[in-house]
Design a protein around this ligand. Structure first.
Ligand code: ASP
Length: 333
């Protein structure tokens, strides 16, 4: 029988009512008591590394989760991390960069309803995650939710209330799970004997969403505090250069000061392609901007944090950025 470690961090799955509203209270051991049938196919131990609403997740906590997995890596065949859904896509992406090419599965899951309610998705999601963590073809970091198995860099929370809360963005699901049966669609052939663990992040990353009328002055204030600025632009990507509010001069100034500027799109599906329009092409070519193409914003943010934790050389940052990790960037223009 496979040996799985449940690492609990809180979230709705573990929440109960308090005078102020739902808050995580249910322990990792108690979570397991709601999925007794999972013990028919695996042995499970449980630890609790956090007990937070995932609104409070911090980059430091991602390192806490990584440490728990690293410390226990030799003793288990797979890991299930229970987590709040609100920031689970960020954590799944962060873990994809901090633990690369893992031959053992690291499965994140959570729920839209607490596990102790009569009507809940929590028991199915936890059971499915344990089941998936026992599959011979399961490797690396992924997220299991509502029967869908999503690569850790491709998940996005797309519904705030319904059980089908997550989607795989710009990439197919790795597998599907129905009534206790797993159908694996995508095989990961890049696993090594032992994963590469990383223990440093540089969280100095800002995400700026453009709206018509936004002032380019905002960039210099952001750059006072942050080393990398992601500009979430429109459509396939462009930088406003209208005489009312011209961003190009400000971008020029920041790039020459060594700031990292990355372009992405506000559109959820299909990604950016800045070469298409002059408003994108000119800015990208003139200032050597990095482009996210088909990456999710969650992966983009955490990849930059991971890369900048390893280097501050702009050329190395660029080449690490365009190296595909856990399926995070498949289209590069
Ligand atoms: N606020 C909760 C959290 O992210 C929501 C959930 O888990 O579904 O921790």
């Amino acid at each position: 029988m496979k040996k799985i470690l449940l690492i609990a961090t809180g979230g709705t799955i573990a929440s109960q009512h308090s005078a102020d509203g739902l808050t995580p209270k249910i322990s990792s051991e108690e979570l397991l008591s709601y999925v007794p049938k999972a013990r028919e196919f695996c042995t499970i131990d449980a630890i609790q590394v956090l007990n937070i609403d995932s609104t409070n997740i911090q980059p430091e906590y991602w390192l806490t989760i990584v440490k728990a997995i690293k410390d226990n890596y030799a003793d288990y065949d797979g890991f299930v991390v229970s987590h709040g859904t609100d920031t689970m896509a960020y954590t799944a992406a962060a873990l994809s960069y901090l633990i690369q090419n893992s031959p053992k599965p690291i499965v994140l899951t959570g729920a839209q309803k607490p596990i102790d309610l009569d009507v809940t998705d929590a028991r199915t999601n936890l059971y499915d995650s344990l089941l998936y963590a026992c599959q011979p073809n399961a490797h690396g970091v992924c997220l299991v939710f509502d029967g869908d198995v999503i690569a850790g860099t491709r998940a996005r929370k797309v519904r705030s209330k319904s059980f089908n809360a997550f989607e795989s963005i710009n990439f197919p699901s790795l597998a599907t799970i129905h009534d206790g049966r797993v159908i694996q669609y995508i095989q990961n052939n890049t696993v090594s004997a032992y994963p590469a663990f990383y223990e440093t992040l540089h969280p100095s990353v800002f995400l700026l969403k453009l709206i018509p009328g936004i002032s380019p002055d905002v960039l210099s204030s952001i750059a006072e505090q942050y080393d990398a600025i992601i500009i979430e632009s429109y459509g396939v990507g462009g930088i406003p250069s209208d005489s009312h509010r011209d961003f190009l001069a400000e971008i020029d100034r920041l790039v020459s000061k060594g700031k990292i500027i990355v372009m992405t799109t506000q559109v959820m599906h299909e990604g950016s392609d800045m070469k298409v329009y002059a408003v994108g092409n000119v800015a990208k070519e003139r200032y050597g901007l990095i482009e996210a193409f088909d990456m999710t914003t969650e992966a983009l943010v955490t990849k930059l944090m991971w890369i900048m934790g390893q280097t501050n050389n702009p050329q190395t940052i660029k080449s690490m950025f365009y190296t595909t990790i856990n399926y995070d960037i498949m289209f590069q223009g």
